[in-house]
Design a protein around this ligand. Sequence first.
Ligand SMILES: [Zn+2]
Length: 403
Amino acid sequence: MKHNLLLCAILSAAATYANGAPLLKIDDDLPAGNIIVDAVEGDTVKLQQDLRDSKQWFYWAFRVRGAQGRTLSFDFTNKKGNGPVGVRGPVVSTDGGKTFTYPLDGKSKSDGFTYTFGANDNDVLFYECHPYVRADWDKFVKKHSKQLGKHFAVETLCRSRKGADVPAARIGCINKEPKFRYFISARHHSSESMASFVLEGAAEIFFRDDKRGEWLRENVELMIVPFADYDGVQAGDQGKGRKPHDHNRDYTKFIYPETKAITEWIASHAGGRLHTFIDIHCPWIRDWENEYVYSPLRDPKILPDADIEKRFSELLEKHQTGSMKYEAKHDIPFGVGWNSGKNHAQGWPAVTWACKKVKGLKIVRTFEIPFANASGNVVTPESCREFGGDIMNVVYLLTKEEK
Ligand SMILES: [Zn+2]
């Protein structure tokens, strides 16, 4: 990291205009920052995602200062794979991270883009995907602070490897023994940020002032882990494919505090028994199935109830209300493509652990949420939240069917 910043500083200095124009500075000084600047040659910036301890992946995030009034081309030098620029181009903020848009939708290439900075754009953030870090979770907690103590409890799951408190939360029926317990997690792969907005949307329907919300608050406790790789999220790591294995291949060896703590929390708080276990992910950056919402289906041999899984898909297709549309035909059956036992050779993923170890489970599911394009629709934090609500609504409908 120090090396990158030093290189960056040298390159920035080289990019200073002789006539006293602003100093161009490109660095990773932003939440979940991740960039290596290879060279600045005139108006062309050569750069690449910082893989750190991961194999080939595509997350990056950088900040540009001092480029106001200029047009710069950003050329990604790691051209392996069909990235690392998203389907709708970079996610950009010109107000310090308050709002984000896709200003180059339809005008970017998979390995670069050209951006014209406005006269006052002296500080612009560029992300591969919409960021979601601890500060965003804190905003979510604040937004629902009236529910704290009543239907919302924020706790500490564990201490991360870097010494940070990793949050967990209980939502709904938190002050007495609930009839049902659901569990939902995100960010086993730290760069898969759209998963976090889905998690927020799934949780929020517990707070709604309607009959469904009332029933959920009375009968169900939702246990959530927003950051299954906390340090990776905060640092802007790829997370996927970490060495020696990533967090979602850790449910055999448990080398990460978060995964171990998740299993211990379910054992101690829920007596090892849950009704539903859902883990949210994002897929590869573009093309093929990666531009549809889908579930990689589990091995029917370990699934608690294959009929319920099918029914889940039918109900989601029928009742979804958001702009992000799920179609069961895009699901990947177990044994097809990458979705096989081979993919878990390094260790069990969370859902496999749940299938094998959690008692009473009816629903177990992984969702893959595209970064920018879902069946032709624009993926935004809001469309992800809507989809999270749609998922949790189906869990609710299936739970009600059982009564
Ligand atoms: Zn993932």
